[in-house]
Write a protein that binds this ligand. Structure first.
Ligand code: NAG
Ligand code: NAG
Ligand code: NAG
Ligand code: NAG
Ligand code: NAG
Ligand code: NAG
Ligand code: NAG
Ligand code: NAG
Ligand code: NAG
Ligand code: NAG
Ligand code: NAG
Ligand code: NAG
Length: 425
């Protein structure tokens, strides 16, 4: 199913990682450059720092989450371009739990009716979304359940100046899933790149596994003087000619839909601003009942065989205001876009974001102020056997590990927006 050589290399690198001495200064290499001067300990906010040329990030054990990502914009001003909280302890306190920058697991996105069948056995997992009077906990399972992987503190098992590795052991039966799963997530910063590698092993029973990275982006760091929104970010999905059809609560119907050029869900034929079609009333309901915008799983239809490090990007997000552009390369075959229609201005910006001299603008994340991009497999593939995703989503003790790899490559691109193909109407 998956490359065994890769997992051997990963285990070797983990076996070689020595325990960190608290407070020691770490060094690492990026290409031929030695990077030094990073503390192995979390800072006073509970965050771990890693850096590479032109990029610096903070991570926390809660959800193995990215909490801050700093790059300089075209004016040389540092921007923190991901959503998060100021301190690690607040992640478990905030009741909205927006899955800020974490790793949803053991099964990302939604599971229809909170159930699935493996080898003729029906499993019921804990529901946590869309409560009704007859199902007060919900009628489906989102991101692995009420205590999914991004509600838990992972263990830091390795930390260098430019990489950090988290580990989690998810016990048999937790949230209703069969069997134990052991997972490692390594994040690495290079020359204006953020790479991630996620590995998970089903150690005792056959079980579904699907992970992702649930990062909220605002490429202006909410400091755009014209707008705190991300609706002027342009998105391009060069392989995204199809999407998975969903019902009013975003559960896949089984239909694979095509994204016709110029249609609401077309980010494939040409780059388009996220907000370009927000004046079209047909966009209401496009991301579930009463929701305007996108919460959409695009397929990334690349011709096999391909090398994911070359056959990309599968997505490009860019803000002309900051000039920051991110190109997403991944081995995953689907890509979810969420335009933050569910934000309502009740979550604080970090101290590293926003404007300080504009008292008329609240220091919170507004509706449509962010974009979530999730590399993943075909959502709810475990309940759509005709899609043939079993080998990518169901794993047992004798199988190769589940593997997710992605590379976010940043650049500065201050091309003006609006006229050619990135229509603002
Ligand atoms: C790194 O150093 C090697 C040996 O000096 C050289 O061949 C290679 O081109 C260098 N790579 C980069 C990225 O500078
Ligand atoms: C941004 O530029 C400043 C000044 O050159 C530099 O000190 C800082 O490290 C840069 N930020 C990042 C994230 O590279
Ligand atoms: C942690 O961050 C939250 C959210 O910004 C804030 O409300 C809280 O006061 C912070 N707590 C500490 C101890 O800094
Ligand atoms: C997770 O770690 C944070 C500190 O980073 C701590 O405040 C919190 O209580 C921990 N949560 C759990 C469930 O252990
Ligand atoms: C915003 O949304 C959160 C989570 O859904 C909810 O708890 C809160 O009451 C909402 N606030 C407002 C002002 O609507
Ligand atoms: C939903 O799951 C319940 C509990 O397993 C089961 O009784 C019911 O038949 C399922 N409904 C559908 C529509 O699959
Ligand atoms: C980073 O990449 C840029 C262009 O791709 C190159 O000019 C620069 O030398 C690289 N920096 C390092 C430290 O490798
Ligand atoms: C930003 O988006 C809005 C609506 O989505 C549009 O009216 C406006 O022209 C855009 N601005 C730019 C500079 O493209
Ligand atoms: C959608 O909006 C209508 C009209 O405001 C309301 O009656 C209905 O309950 C809403 N549905 C949901 C799921 O919020
Ligand atoms: C407010 O701060 C922004 C940067 O955060 C800057 O671009 C703008 O010029 C400032 N405005 C005033 C009136 O100082
Ligand atoms: C910069 O953005 C423009 C507009 O989307 C695009 O045409 C161009 O290819 C981008 N440049 C690079 C180097 O990615
Ligand atoms: C969506 O926006 C694009 C860019 O402005 C435009 O060309 C297209 O006609 C719009 N599509 C619909 C269905 O409104």
């Amino acid at each position: 199913m998956r490359s065994p050589a890769l997992s051997v290399a990963l285990w070797a690198s983990i076996a070689l990682a020595r325990p960190q001495i608290p407070g020691e200064t770490l060094t690492g290499t990026v290409g031929n450059t030695t990077v030094a001067g990073i503390s192995s300990s979390p800072d006073s906010n509970g965050k771990y720092t890693i850096s590479g040329p032109g990029i610096r990030a903070n991570f926390i054990p809660y959800g193995a989450s990215i909490s801050n990502l700093f790059l300089n914009d075209t004016s040389g001003v540092e921007r923190d371009i991901v959503g998060g909280f100021d301190n690690a302890s607040y992640y478990g306190i905030d009741r909205q739990h927006p899955h800020f920058g974490g790793v949803p697991g053991r099964y990302a996105n939604r599971i229809k009716n909170s159930s699935f069948v493996i080898d003729s056995t029906t499993y019921n997992v804990l529901p946590n979304e869309n409560p009704t009077t007859s199902s007060p906990q919900g009628v489906d399972t989102l991101h692995g359940g009420p205590d999914g992987w991004d509600w838990r503190n992972w263990t830091v098992v390795a930390h260098t100046s430019n990489s950090i590795t988290f580990s989690l052991t998810d016990p048999d039966g937790d949230q209703g899933f069969p069997g134990e799963v052991v997972s490692y997530v390594t994040y690495t910063l290079g020359n204006m790149t953020w790479d991630m590698r996620m590995v998970a092993l089903a150690t005792t029973k056959v079980t579904p596994i699907m992970l992702s990275s649930h990062t909220y982006w605002n490429l202006d760091g909410f400091a755009n003087t014209e707008t705190p929104l991300a609706l002027n970010h342009s998105l391009w999905l060069p392989y995204g000619g199809q999407r998975i059809g969903t019902d009013s609560i975003l559960i896949p119907t089984g239909d694979i839909l095509s994204n016709q050029p110029q249609s609401l869900n077309d980010f494939w034929s040409t780059p388009k601003q996220i907000g370009a079609n927000f004046t079209n009333s047909d966009l209401l309901g496009n991301c579930g009942e009463n929701c305007t915008g996108y919460d959409t799983c695009y397929l990334t239809n690349r011709q096999e065989p391909y090398d994911w490090r070359e056959s990309g990007p599968v997505a490009r997000l860019r803000s002309a205001w900051s000039g920051i552009q991110v190109d997403v390369f991944t081995d995953q075959e689907a890509f979810q876009i969420y335009s933050c229609g569910g934000q309502n201005g009740s979550m604080a910006l970090k101290s590293t974001q926003g404007l300080y001299n504009n008292s008329s603008r609240p220091r919170t994340i507004p509706q449509y102020g962010c974009i979530v991009m999730e590399v993943e497999d075909w959502i709810d593939g475990i309940n759509q056997p005709e899609w043939g995703r079993q080998s990518k989503q169901v794993f047992g003790p004798g199988d190769d590990p589940y593997v997710l790899q992605a590379s976010y490559r940043f650049s500065l691109n201050s091309t003006d927006v609006g006229l050619l193909g990135e229509g603002s109407g």
